[in-house]
Design a protein around this ligand. Structure first.
Ligand code: UDP
Length: 483
């Protein structure tokens, strides 16, 4: 085979969480659609979450394979079968989950030795991968599940430590040397940044990896956060390729519904319900795959929603065991009163299918980056309710920079459960995102961003050009010294 025709081979290693596996699978498709030979490495119980998508891709002629490795849940002190981060239902389990992933070092080394790919794209949560890949002379790229605004903001906080110069958790500080006068408080920051925890060292290593590795792939598009994209490369010195919004790969109904887990509602039933509503008249409420509110917070949401008088689809991470089961998180007679007006999905929703429907006028979100970008792509403004991870930074991007979000008032970072938000605040925010001039203005800004995101991934758009440039560079590299 001539060097010109040599097919580039890339391995992908996603973190085992739906919020990471979903965009990773989309990313793999992007590369495969450009003629790259792709392989996803994952663990046994995660295969069903991606296999339908990969089978469909294969039938389209894409080169896409799955390599399976064992996940050491029991060895790390987790229950057998705990292979997805959403099953880690306490902070202690979450830490053990991260520990389990570090035990994948050796199996990964074996796979790299056996297959010798040209490049390894691995999740930000695997800092140890860089050294493993380097041992085989394979360039390692980090795939970041978030935006460059948040990546740069967290890096500035790590470098300048402004949170150590305020006198209380609630005193605001400005992120130093950072565009946009962004204010935060200590209580909005992750626990492992506020103080040394088991996770702090791991977190620092993951940030330092950005400088040690070949570069960073970002699920965002240049036009969405151009000042921060420039800042990330020119001031912070990272190499980055913006290839998003990668969820726009999902154009057909089946692509939109078969993401992550199997949805707990039939697509046709869901679409029929939405089709019966006027444009921009329904609020969609969902807090991603990890957040797990307690009954009192859910009850508060139900009461706030009812008081707002708005129509809604509300996704709750609780499944009903039988019709008779009494659910303590719902007010008496709630579903009966809301019949035709509100739909509760217990479990997993076809989120992209719902957001893309013209009936959806607003999204109450925890500001996970995938959800945020999916909402931008659908031109839907958001009520921002950050809970944990980097979600408080994402909120600032939405409310202060892009001005397509209104905050519900969550002030405290807390794993899984977040800050407690009262019914009155929920009622007010839900009404404000659906009706009134402010809602219309935010919606028209969101629609303009959706249009620019769509253009970015089209042939010749900024993200398409970045992806092509990366593939060309890796191909040239594979032929020369990198391998
Ligand atoms: N998601 C979904 N149905 C659900 C909940 C989540 O399809 O019921 C998808 C959502 O579309 C997004 C991902 O799961 O792609 C969640 O990622 P995000 O970054 O928003 O939040 P995380 O789960 O990582 O907190």
């Amino acid at each position: 085979m001539s060097s010109q025709n040599r097919q580039l081979q890339i391995f992908f290693l996603p973190f085992m969480a739906h919020g990471h596996m979903i965009p990773f699978t989309d990313l793999v498709m992007l590369f495969a659609a450009k003629g790259v030979k792709t392989t996803i490495i994952t663990t046994t119980l995660n295969v069903p979450h991606i296999s339908k998508v990969t089978e469909r891709a294969k039938s389209l002629g894409y080169e896409i394979n799955i390599l399976v490795t064992y996940f050491p849940s029991v060895e790390a002190g987790l229950p057998e079968g705990c292979e997805s981060f959403d099953q880690a239902s306490s902070p202690d389990m979450q830490f053990k989950f991260f520990t389990a992933t570090t035990m994948l070092r050796e199996p990964l080394a074996h796979l790299l030795q056996a297959h010798r790919p040209d490049c390894l794209v691995a999740d930000m949560f695997f800092p140890w991968v860089t050294d493993v890949a380097a041992a085989f002379g394979i360039p390692r790229i980090v795939f970041h599940g978030t935006c460059v605004f948040s990546l740069s903001a967290t890096e500035h906080i790590r470098l300048y430590e402004p949170h150590k110069k305020v006198s209380s958790d609630s005193e605001p500080f400005v992120i130093p040397n950072f565009p946009g006068e962004i204010k935060l408080t200590r209580s909005q920051m992750p626990d492992f940044v506020r103080q040394e925890t088991g996770f702090s060292k791991f977190y620092s290593e993951s940030r330092e990896t950005e400088l040690k590795c070949y570069g960073v792939i970002v699920n965002s598009f240049y036009e969405l956060e151009s000042a921060y994209a420039d800042h990330y490369t020119k001031v912070l010195g990272r190499r980055a390729w913006h290839v998003g919004p990668i969820s726009l790969r999902n154009r057909g109904t089946i692509d939109k519904t078969e993401r992550g887990k199997k949805a707990c509602i039939d697509d046709n039933e869901c679409l029929a319900w939405l089709n019966s509503k006027k444009p921009n008249s329904v609020v969609y409420i969902c807090f991603g795959s990890v957040t797990n509110f307690g009954s009192s917070q859910l009850l508060e949401i139900a009461t706030g929603l009812e008081a707002s008088g708005q129509q809604f689809i509300w996704v709750v991470r609780k499944e009903k065991k039988n019709e008779e089961e009494k659910e303590d998180w719902l007010p008496e007679g709630f579903e009966k009163r809301m019949e035709g007006k509100g739909l509760i999905i217990r479990g997993w929703a076809p989120q992209v299918l719902i957001l893309d429907h013209e009936a959806i006028g607003g999204f109450v979100t925890h500001c996970g980056w995938n959800s945020t970008l999916e909402s931008v792509c659908a031109g839907v403004p958001m009520v921002t309710w950050p809970v944990a991870a980097e979600q408080f930074y994402n909120e600032k991007l939405l409310t202060q920079i892009l001005r397509i979000g209104i905050g519900v008032g969550a002030q405290k970072w807390a794993r899984l459960v977040g800050d407690f938000v009262k019914r009155e605040a929920i009622e007010k925010a839900v009404r404000e995102i659906i009706v009134g001039d402010k809602a219309d203005e935010m919606r028209s800004r969101a629609k303009a961003l959706a249009e620019s995101g769509r253009k970015a991934v089209e042939k010749g758009g900024s993200s398409d050009a970045d992806l092509n440039a990366l593939i060309q560079e890796l191909s040239a590299c594979a032929l020369k010294t990198c391998k």
